[in-house]
Design a protein around this ligand. Structure first.
Ligand SMILES: NC(=O)c1ccc[n+]([C@@H]2O[C@H](COP(=O)([O-])OP(=O)(O)OC[C@H]3O[C@@H](n4cnc5c(N)ncnc54)[C@H](OP(=O)(O)O)[C@@H]3O)[C@@H](O)[C@H]2O)c1
Length: 360
């Protein structure tokens, strides 16, 4: 017996963590992806149903989602996967979630607000480490300083990154860093913007990176100036500055082999003792034009390999509620997100809801 939750990209590093966390939590998602052998091997081990399909044909994707109520997309980089899945969700009345942190993906999904509302579909991208803790912090800050006009968010000490994250970072760095200024997105050269930030363990150097909050925090708080920083050493800052000359070549052509080497080193690091022990620190700071400031931070387990539901000190549970249609951002002002696992058109009494609550 399976739930009507479909996990796409289930046999990737993060998809597999989520599949196992779901089973531990008593859920029975349908496992899905494009490689039959890997989907079936995983499903046999976990005792779950499967759907094998690629994302090239909209007709096939729609058919495969037909009896799902919600899709959780774990197949990234999401710039290559969000569109066929979101479009099929809009056609079939299926709710959509993903774990992206990609600015272009958040922006493209946000542009479908009207269609999602009309279709009665909830789309909630970014339910992973990006952007739950930082968006919760941003919203918490706005409650403290409602007249804020500037927001600087950041994290540090993530330990190793997953293979897909490494691939995504390599692809996204090609466009430099991105900030939000007066409501518009603006590219800035890598390593150009630096600050000294205290993430809770003393002041350290940080530099601006193209992170999803530049899209999501603007939409969830309404603050028109948003920057996202990560802690770096002087050496890392020099490396980032040197990457500028590679520009859009990053992740393609002659640079690809080096990127793949870094990516596979990153995936080895994710299992090393230091990576497993590492903790992620998030910080947020808002300011008004008159100079009033407010600052908050939180510390939690690093994004991976901790299961998704334990990340960022977010607790998840099951409850009942109606998912609000349209494009949603993780933290509502209450710090609670609601993701229904039931089809929008069904009656409310069979709705199972996943709840993630930020612990302030
Ligand atoms: N928000 C967070 O907290 C968080 C944490 C970790 C990762 N992530 C993000 O999640 C994504 C996956 O990371 P990962 O480390 O799990 O990567 P991974 O181990 O490389 O797995 C990626 C999965 O996506 C599938 N996939 C990729 N491109 C596809 C396409 N065009 N069509 C169909 N399937 C496709 C892969 O299938 P094949 O093997 O068949 O290609 C695989 O199942 C990355 O974008 C990463 O940045 C987010």
């Amino acid at each position: 017996m399976t739930d009507d939750l479909l996990l796409y990209g289930s046999y990737g590093y993060t998809g597999d963590l989520i599949a196992r966390a779901a089973v531990e939590a008593g859920l029975s998602p349908t496992l899905a992806g494009r490689d039959r052998e890997q989907v079936e091997a995983q499903a046999a081990e976990l005792g779950l149903d499967t759907r094998v399909f690629g994302l090239d044909s909209s007709r096939i994707v729609e058919r495969k989602l037909d009896d799902a109520s919600v899709v959780l997309n774990c197949a990234g980089p999401f710039i290559h996967t969000y569109e066929p899945l979101v479009e099929a969700c809009l056609e079939t009345g299926t709710h959509y979630l993903d774990i992206t942190g990609e600015i272009d993906v958040f922006e493209a999904i946000a542009a479908r607000e009207e269609r999602a509302a009309e279709a009665g579909v909830m789309a909630l991208p970014g339910v992973g480490f990006d952007v739950v803790p930082s968006d919760c912090l941003a919203n918490h800050l706005v409650e403290q300083l409602p007249e804020a006009t500037h927001l600087a968010l950041g994290f540090t000490d993530l330990g190793g990154v997953s293979p897909g994250t490494a691939a995504t970072v390599v692809e996204s760095l090609g466009g430099g860093s991105v900030v939000r200024e007066d409501g518009d997105l603006r590219e800035v050269p890598l390593g150009e913007r630096t600050r000294t930030i205290d993430f809770g363990e003393g002041a350290r150097l940080a530099t601006s990176i193209p992170w999803g909050d530049v899209s999501t925090a603007y939409r969830s708080t309404g603050i028109p100036n948003v920057e996202f920083y990560t802690g770096v050493s002087e050496t890392e800052l020099r490396v980032l500055k040197n990457l500028r000359s590679l520009g859009r070549l990053l992740g393609s052509g002659p640079v690809q082999p080096s990127c793949e080497r870094w990516s596979s080193a990153a995936s080895r690091d994710r299992t090393s003792a230091s990576a497993v022990r590492a903790r992620a620190c998030c910080g947020a700071r808002s300011a008004t034009k008159r100079g009033t400031r407010s600052r908050r931070g939180c510390t939690g387990p690093r994004p991976t390999p901790s299961p998704w539901r334990r990340r960022s000190r977010c607790s998840n549970g099951c409850s009942t509620a109606t998912p609000p249609p349209g494009i949603r951002r993780p933290p509502r002002p209450t710090g609670t997100i609601w993701c229904s696992t039931s089809r929008a058109s069904r009656s409310s009494d069979d709705r199972a809801v996943v709840e993630a609550r930020a612990e302030n």
